[in-house]
Design a binder for this molecule. Sequence first.
Ligand code: PPS
Length: 297
Amino acid sequence: MATVTPVLRDINLYRYKGFCFVKELMSTEFIDSLQEFHLRDDDIFMITYPKSGTIWTQQILSLICSDGHRDGTESIETSVRVPWLEFPTLYNELGHSSRPSPRLFASHLSYQFVPQGLKNKKAKVIYIMRNPKDIMKSLYHFEAMAVYAEKSPDFDHFYEKFLDGDVFAGRWFDHILGWYTHKNDYNILFIKYEDMIKDLRSVVKQICAFLKMELNDEAIDTVVKRASFKEMKKDPLANKENVPEDFFNLKKGSFMRKGTVGDWKNIMTVAQSEHFDKLFHEEVGDLALNFTWDATD
Ligand code: PPS
């Protein structure tokens, strides 16, 4: 039987089967119950480790899948357009079964926690990955505004904490390697944040092809425009300005912070960066997993 253990550097979290959950939001019973979650063949899941482009992809997917949003009626919360599988939302109360198809789901979960039915390969999974050094920079800033998170006194402390996986969602390496090495079990498309930065239009077309959604050029243009950092930065919903202050203190930071590649250089020391590169090579080994670490790469 899997045991629950405390997370030493953050008392608001607990570790269960290698993943760190927020105590207040998720019970082990609820998490285990997701194994039996009833899927539809046309369900679409987007999976991310935190700070890898979740809200961005929620925006893109909902724009692709709903003409209504594209027409400018998107005054609907992101978490209603692409509801969370594991976080409490309107649909955990009403039941996801009341939603029309195709249902979109967002999740930060590792592969071992998602509904077993995903392995029948009918429902689709889109996994968005981002270079982990930029994830660290983004998460370090996010910690300051996430009310539930224990604050790191400085980046050195945060760096160790991140490597040990004492953060929500646990170790980044476990998350990505779990999904990547089990990719043949799922109908899955891997997308990179840095490719979205470089050429969003191509990535939107790639997602449309994977989902078998036929959008004309004008519709693709609209998706790309509405999903641009500039547009999303001024969107109160993308910035979660409607979420209660006891979750996020938006005076301490912003969801649409910088949206760039390579910002880690402004916080990691050369020694940390080299240490991480070594670890990356040890953990990733011969797997064909590579990242863009810098905007000029
Ligand atoms: S969360 O809390 O896990 O849901 O955060 P997540 O949405 O995964 O990641 C937040 C980072 O994504 C950046 N972002 C974008 N970048 C480029 N273009 C667009 N449109 C966009 N939307 C969100 C956001 O700025 C966060 O990255 P940082 O590096 O902190 O700026």
